[in-house]
Design a protein around this ligand. Sequence first.
Ligand SMILES: O=C1O[C@H](COP(=O)(O)O)[C@@H](O)[C@H](O)[C@H]1O
Length: 250
Amino acid sequence: MTGANDLSQVHDVDVVVHPGTQELSDAIAARLVTAIADALATQDVAHVSLTGGSLGSAIWASMAALPARAAVDWSRVELWWGDERYLPAGDKDRNDVQNDAAGLAALPLDPAKVHRVLGPDASESAEASATAYGELVRASGAGAFDVTILGVGPDGHVASLFPGHPAQQSTDAIAVAVHDSPKPPPDRVSLTFEALRRSREVWFVVAGADKAKAVANGVAGAGPAYSSAAQVKGEQRTLWLIDAEAAANL
Ligand SMILES: O=C1O[C@H](COP(=O)(O)O)[C@@H](O)[C@H](O)[C@H]1O
């Protein structure tokens, strides 16, 4: 990772800083290829949980341009989403739609292994969608995700778990319905902290000066009223993959 500045082991997490958003996005795509190929060397399938947001989609544009993506047997990759906006299939504001448009759809994935959160066109409520998604995670035998990728909002939210929002407190489920989200749209479905923590590696992916405070809070381990990101750690590794602007307050 040429040009990366490794600030390893700050507060029991690893922080890697790349100069700008493009370098960061390209590096995450390359890292993901390696992580998936490693997992597939010893497992039948690799489970990866994806994120929406700006960088969450930029990764797939980088992947589409990365020759090394051919090193992965994508038909053995199970994809999940850490959260989804509770909107009908195909809505341009859904995370999966934005990821697909950025480049995800171009990969030779097995559609049966791409697990999309049901929207209002296919479920009675966000609660019903969350229950169905949780059951799907459980039934898949995922047990733990190999990699969970999480964007972080300027307010410190990850997936659709917003600091101080009641959905943060859901402890008895894999996925939870979120209403009155401070960021539109108001209705969402999110994996819970408990589910997100069942990840071998958690990667926070963050770019931009407007995220510098959220990154500092997350890396420092701030409480849930200030940072949802700080409540999630990987079982083996927690990585902050950020650009120089986002690192400004470290
Ligand atoms: O609404 C969401 O926002 C976050 C972060 O988005 P960004 O555009 O500020 O990077 C994203 O991680 C989450 O998946 C999404 O639903």
